[in-house]
Design a protein around this ligand. Structure first.
Ligand code: SF4
Length: 520
């Protein structure tokens, strides 16, 4: 651009600014002086709205007994940041969906609510992280309990009626560094086969060697002869195709099996995380990711207990979860409502033994209610008439199916189920054959009478007026809590690693959730 053109543009800008200034002459602006010093500057306190959630956090934590937390500080050295301040700050950060320690540090410097909550102190991310993962970890569940009891005193939650459910949350672990239990099992079987072959070969060599040297007579055996024989065997099997590091490999597998501890998989970057199929969308599409099964009990959308399990299914988690509830509050709930994932004989037994009313569905409840089951499987054992006096079932052709014995079946956790078998006398030439029974011989059915009794009880409870109310409430109680945590709060992946750290992390999430419900 030429010099004359630039001068021309500059002049036109000057003319435009002059026009604006002339037009603005009548407008009045409020004073804007950000650097103006104030004689009596406002306090942080007056900047915080009276009904703001940050005040709820402050007020509730002020009522919690933090003696155990204070006692965990050894004393000596330089002064530490006040644990009460750190506790409040982290809970409030979690309420604001800020989970990273660096982002919490940043917010403590810039967020007016956190500035007020921290009393204008500024702990850095290392301090926040140490406190969150280590200092507060041993006492966090106790703090959680105290908060729940405070809310219960205010009538915001009841410990008598609880809703149980579980969800899978992704671990902070690499999705591609997995160890599979089945792969170890297969490899060990292959190695066992190779070792067996080697052993047989060695025996053969030894026999030949012993025959040649007549060492078979043990009365004449001596060290030199044994050494010579062993050396000969070693020499003979040297070239045998056996993995060179069999011993090391076996030790490695044993180590991995110890980490697996009955699970089928784990991630190398977080050995406590198990690979689970995670739901990715409403169509249940998903993929295998390392994660944890989080179990919670709720009432009025407030979390009353939380636990972490390595098993991807909910079936085996209920007894342990209720035990931890009892440990926490020294009492058990009066009613438990849960979905069909919990409807196992073991769970029903546990609830009955502890005098808990179980509004717990079983796997076929929904289909039974809709009449789908009887239409789909009219010949299923559950639809056959049972004659209790004679202990026999009546098949669709009127034939008596008599008790032909019982056996015990154990589930994954070692719970024993008694299964009774009933057999038809003669199925030959039956017109229903093929629909009723596809096997070669006569039809045999297996029945778990105790489970059937529990299912009958559960069905009566679930279809009662209270049962219907509990079922409806379950959907908007415990399921809504997971919805809030995962979708609204965006907490879909743990930041910490290892079961102890992860359970502590969920404890923070649970406390933040409960206090945000109180503030709502
Ligand atoms: S196939 Fe056997 S059990 Fe089934 S209806 Fe016929 S006789 Fe009865």
């Amino acid at each position: 651009m030429k010099y004359s053109q630039r001068v021309c543009i500059k002049r036109s800008h000057l003319r435009r600014d002059k026009q604006y200034l002339t037009a603005m002459a009548t407008a009045v602006f409020k004073t804007y002086a950000p650097n103006q010093l104030q004689l009596l500057p406002p306090t942080w306190e007056e900047k915080i709205d009276k009904a703001h959630p940050v005040r709820v956090v402050d007020k509730v934590i002020e009522q919690v007994d933090l003696g155990k937390l204070y006692n965990s500080y050894e004393g000596g050295g330089t002064s530490a940041y006040h644990p009460k301040m750190l506790l409040k700050a982290i809970i409030y950060a979690y309420i604001c969906n800020i989970y990273s320690s660096r982002k919490i540090e940043e917010a403590i410097k810039s967020n007016i609510h956190l500035i007020w909550l921290c009393g204008n102190t500024q702990p850095d991310h290392n301090t926040i992280n140490r406190f969150r993962s280590h200092k507060a970890a041993p006492v966090l569940k106790d703090i959680f309990k105290q908060i729940v009891l405070l809310l219960a005193q205010q009538g915001l939650v009841s410990l008598k009626e609880v809703y149980v459910d579980g969800t899978k949350i992704e671990a902070n672990a690499n999705r591609y560094t997995f160890v599979w239990g089945n792969a170890i099992k297969t490899n060990k079987e292959k190695m066992a086969k190779q070792l067996e072959d080697l052993w047989q070969f060695a025996q053969q060599v030894a026999t030949e060697e012993l025959q040649d040297t007549a060492v078979v007579d043990f009365t004449t055996i001596d060290a030199q002869k044994v050494t010579e024989t062993v050396n000969t065997i070693e020499e003979a099997i040297k070239d045998k195709a056996v993995p060179k590091k069999v011993k090391q490999k076996l030790q490695e597998y044993e180590h991995k099996e110890a980490i697996l501890d009955g699970r089928n998989s784990y991630s190398k970057t977080d050995e406590d995380a198990t690979f689970m199929r995670m739901k990715e969308d409403h169509m249940n599409n998903g993929q295998l990711k390392p994660g944890y099964n989080v179990q919670i009990t709720t009432n009025k959308q407030i979390i009353t207990n939380y636990d972490l399990f390595p098993n991807p299914t909910d079936t085996l988690t209920l007894p342990a979860h209720l035990d931890s509830f009892k440990q926490l509050y020294d009492q058990l709930p009066e009613t438990v409502t849960a979905d069909s994932g919990y409807g196992s004989e073991q769970n029903y037994e546990h609830l009955e033994d502890n005098h808990i009313t179980a509004y717990v569905k079983y796997n076929t409840f929904q289909q039974q209610q809709q009449g789908i089951r009887v239409k789909k499987y009219p010949f299923a054992a559950e639809h056959l008439h049972y004659n209790q006096e004679q202990d026999c079932y009546i098949c669709p052709m009127g034939q008596h199916m008599h008790n032909i014995g019982t056996y015990i079946r154990k589930n994954e956790s070692g719970f024993e189920q008694t299964i009774t078998r009933y057999g038809a006398g003669n199925c030959a030439g039956c017109p229903h054959r093929g629909v009723c029974h596809k096997g070669k011989g006569n039809r045999v059915i297996e029945v778990n009478h105790n489970l059937n009794r529990h299912k009958q009880q559960a069905r009566a409870l679930l279809t009662s007026e209270q049962g219907i109310a509990h079922r409806k409430q379950r959907e908007k109680d415990v399921e809504a809590v997971f919805g809030n945590i995962k979708h609204n709060k965006g907490f879909r992946r743990f930041l910490l690693r290892g079961k102890q750290q992860v359970i502590t992390e969920f404890g923070w999430v649970a406390i933040a959730h409960n206090l945000s419900k109180k503030a709502a």
